[in-house]
Ligand binder design. Structure first.
Ligand code: GAR
Length: 203
């Protein structure tokens, strides 16, 4: 079984999709052990609590620097024997010190079809604003491994979503979540959890 930590910053609808997928058996090779938030007021923390999942708040402000925050997160992950880290709306770009330690063990959900509308500065609603400004007719979501390049790691899964003429950033965000993110994130988590747990069994 792969021990999973989900890192969040906000509403946590992707965390909810993972919790639901574990309950329904879509995720069967991994278990969500811990939720880590870098925001004290993230609604995702309530979702963890409601579902009996341990959670911890680790903010940059309280730690004093990005480096100290990452160090604290790494210690927490180690203490909890975490094998796989899922960034589900985690709005802080992790440095190479962190990503290098967990090669092919961190995955992220991004609300566009990478390599479009990604990299530093493209997060949350901004991604959908940029897609609408460009006038693309198809967008979607991508799950990828995380390396030192923002949104630059190997792609695991993608799903396309049609853009309507009257879409606003808000309606497009909702569509991309419902039609892509909440579907492919659990599938990708199961895929990678299975690979990791098979490697663990061999050891
Ligand atoms: C999601 O749309 C996720 O793809 C996006 O933030 C939202 C978080 O929502 N992530 C990024 O933009 C990362 N670059 P949630 O907290 O409800 O899951």
């Amino acid at each position: 079984m792969t021990n999973i930590a989900v890192l969040v910053s906000g509403g946590g609808t992707n965390l909810q999709a993972l919790i639901d997928a574990e309950k329904s058996g879509i995720i069967k090779s991994g278990k969500i052990k811990l939720v880590v938030s870098n925001k004290a007021d993230a609604y995702a923390l309530k979702r963890a609590d409601d579902n009996g999942i341990d959670s911890v708040v680790i903010t940059r402000k309280a730690c004093g620097s990005q480096e100290a925050m990452e160090q604290k997160i790494m210690e927490t992950l180690e203490k909890n024997n975490i094998d796989l880290i899922v960034l589900a709306g985690f709005m802080s770009i992790l440095t190479e010190k962190f990503t290098g330690k967990y090669d092919h063990r961190i995955i992220n959900i991004h609300p566009s079809l990478i390599p479009s509308f990604c990299g530093a500065g493209f997060y949350g609603l901004r991604v959908h604003e940029a897609a609408l400004e460009k006038g693309v007719k198809v967008t979607g979501a991508t799950v990828h491994f995380v390396n030192e390049i923002p949104d630059g790691g190997e792609i695991i899964m993608q799903k396309a979503v049609s853009v309507a003429d009257d879409d606003t950033p808000e309606t497009l965000q909702k569509k991309v979540m419902e039609q892509a993110e909440w579907i492919i994130l659990p599938l990708a988590v199961e895929k990678v959890s299975k690979q990791i747990s098979e490697r663990k069994d061999v050891k």
